[in-house]
Design a protein around this ligand. Structure first.
Ligand SMILES: [Fe+2]
Length: 635
């Protein structure tokens, strides 16, 4: 796979203000590419260390690859400052609508990428930096706060007296330069940076590899780890499902027994890890979570425990499933009668494992995608309830096979329709990419060897189906729950690179019509696919699309739907607003943007834009949550 240079002439050299790492042309992913491997767009980077400008550069040709390189770096500039008091945001466009509900939009993501001793970490290993935008519509005020989640790793790595940082943990995706590398067993670095939820009056920041951290919602101060999994042996719980996999299972049980003392004792991994993606079943008023066993990361079997909580965080229901395959699940789906797991298949990388254990490559190098099947296995796991406790016709251990190979990233929504004859249709809207493109070692274009970020890996020419994009998965079961049909297709009207699908949360798990996602129009030659600069609204019934684009040299993060205050019965699914953060990289400013979801596609879509003070400009966030003031929950 060769990179194709597009432009090489710099039009602007930024003034020396702040040192950041400078990427070079990256070697593209190994092993050697199959015939259809995508061609990365080349981003030209300066050969010497240069600095991040703090003033807007002069007008630059949008297709200039140097500008593209810089624009990408600005999304990952550390923000060390926190707020002690809420700061009132200045309205720079429009007005907050009178029917916008009061509440808080929480957004989490990494805040820090470099320490003061020469180490840089992957964005996924950056300490969690929680941002909170509180909209007080009664007093017509929007305030902002931001603080680091004081995880155990953050407390160890940050000296509050000198405000200096020294990374001591490796983190799963990084290798330390300035810290201890070889023999460093501090691999799992719970940075609580991936998602946030407010539920049952608890505000939790979550990470994929351990327990969530509880945050005081008024001050954003960290209370401590919140024990949601409590170390119970779930297989002994009443109502749990367990699969005996037959002859092979004993072997893997033995392997698990050998791995556990190493993972728990040497690498200090918690026995179970909570996935950062949770679900809210709006019709039942429940929070749904999934946890896995730590050792499953290295074994060809996966234990999933699904838990359901009421609005007071009381555990109502729990089920365990053991799937005989080696999987890496980031997001999942649910319907009234099923939990749905898309089997992103992985395998051990033996040379990578040896390098990882020695500390000379990131721990994630021990794993790689497993493209040995041409299909995408989808597990339909029965979700028991009072209503459907007994009916279980099909063997959930046998996956449904979607005909094409997809690596699932994020789910927008899933729902099911039961026909009078007993047949069941399941529909899922999600974002997925190809096994060919997905690579644990260079997510976000981060190269752990030179510690640099190269946007070219996120941008390939004319191969949108390889990149993250929206897919519609349809499954048809007969009355005996045998699979009659399963297909997974790119959305007909929107095939461009897209991710972070979301819906009006009132419809989660129920039949819905509108999907919103972050995407790009692809008009910028050197960054056609990522970062995103556009919100797309899809009508799944008519397959029509509308878009809103943020503008030149500006990007957006995950959109989130906020239903209107006092939503009336007769109001429609798209009666509400979208919140999205705008990253105006050329100005190094962030804005909170409110869009009228009904008006997407028209010139009236933008209803308000609020400016975050320059000194609190923050890096790209991952996932957010809207907590309405009245209930604390989004439903
Ligand atoms: Fe995610």
């Amino acid at each position: 796979m060769k990179a194709k240079p597009l432009h090489t002439t710099p039009t602007y050299i930024p003034p020396p203000i702040r040192q950041i790492p400078v990427p070079h042309q990256l070697p593209l992913p190994s092993p050697p590419p199959p015939p259809t491997v995508p061609r990365a767009i080349s981003i030209t980077a300066p050969e010497t260390r240069v600095a991040v400008p703090v003033v807007p550069p002069p007008s630059i040709d949008l297709d200039d690859s140097i500008t593209a390189f810089w624009d990408y770096q600005f999304l990952f500039v550390s923000q060390r400052s926190e707020t002690t008091q809420p700061i009132t945001l200045r309205l720079v466009d429009g007005a907050v609508p009178s029917d916008f509900p009061s509440g808080t939009y929480y957004l989490t993501g990494p805040g820090l990428f470099s320490d003061d001793h020469g180490s840089t970490v992957h964005p996924l290993d950056g300490h969690g930096y929680l941002r909170a935008f509180t909209i007080d519509n009664k007093n017509n005020k929007v305030t902002y706060m931001a603080k680091y989640v004081k995880t155990e790793a953050q407390i160890e790595e940050h000296d509050p007296e000198t405000d200096t940082w020294r990374f001591t943990h490796r983190g799963p995706f990084s290798v330390l330069k300035g810290g201890k590398k070889v023999g460093n067993t501090k691999v799992m670095k719970n940075v609580a940076n991936t998602s946030v939820v407010r539920w049952g009056e608890k505000l939790l920041c979550m990470w994929e590899g351990g327990e969530p951290y509880e945050i005081e919602s008024g001050t954003l101060d960290t209370i401590g780890r919140y024990n949601m999994m409590d170390g119970h042996d779930f297989s002994t719980e009443e109502g749990s499902d367990e699969n005996d996999d037959g002859d092979g299972d004993g072997v893997w049980e033995l392997a698990a027994g050998l791995l556990k003392p190493i993972l728990y004792g040497v690498f200090k991994m918690p026995p179970r890890r909570l996935l950062s993606h949770y679900k809210v079943d709006s019709s039942k008023g429940r929070l749904l979570t999934v946890s896995c066993n730590a050792e499953d990361m290295l074994l060809p079997r996966s234990n999933f425990t699904f838990s359901e909580y009421d609005s007071n965080f009381k555990l109502l229901h729990k089920q365990e499933f053991r799937i005989p395959d080696h999987l890496m699940i980031h997001d999942w789906a649910f319907t009234d009668t099923h939990y749905i797991v898309f089997a992103n298949r992985i395998k051990l990388d033996v040379p990578g494992s040896m390098a990882a254990v020695c500390g000379i490559s990131p721990m994630i190098s021990a794993l790689k995608v497993n493209p040995s099947k041409n299909t995408s296995p989808i597990y339909l796991l029965p979700r028991k309830s009072e209503a459907n406790n007994n009916k279980e016709n099909r063997d959930w251990r046998v996956p449904i096979e979607a005909p094409s190979q997809l690596w699932l990233l994020h789910v927008g929504n899933a729902f099911e329709l039961r026909h009078p004859n007993g047949n069941l249709d399941i529909q899922i809207i999600a974002a997925a990419c190809s096994y060919q493109w997905f690579n644990f070692r260079n997510l976000f274009g981060y190269n752990w060897q030179n510690q640099k970020l190269d946007p070219s890996i996120m941008n390939i020419q004319g191969e949108n189906e390889l990149l993250p994009h929206l897919v519609q998965v349809s499954i048809k079961l007969d009355s005996e729950d045998n699979c009659e049909e399963c297909n997974a297709k790119a959305m007909k009207k929107w095939k461009k690179s897209a991710d972070f699908p979301t819906i009006n949360p009132t419809f989660s798990g129920k039949r819905n019509k509108y999907i919103y996602a972050a995407t790009t129009l692809g008009s910028r030659k050197t960054l056609p696919s990522f970062p995103f600069d556009t919100v797309v609204k899809l009508d799944s019934e008519t397959d029509s699309v509308q878009t809103w684009t943020v503008g030149s040299r500006r990007f957006i993060g995950e959109p989130i739907f906020v239903p209107k205050a006092d939503l009336q019965e007769e109001e429609e699914e798209d009666d509400g607003y979208l919140l999205v953060v705008e990253y105006a990289v050329s100005m190094q400013r962030c804005y909170l943007v409110i869009l009228n979801s009904k008006m997407i596609g028209t010139s009236n879509a933008l209803v308000a834009r609020l400016e975050i003070p320059r000194h609190l400009n923050f890096p790209l966030g991952f996932h957010g949550f809207w907590a309405a003031a009245a209930t604390g929950n989004q439903i």
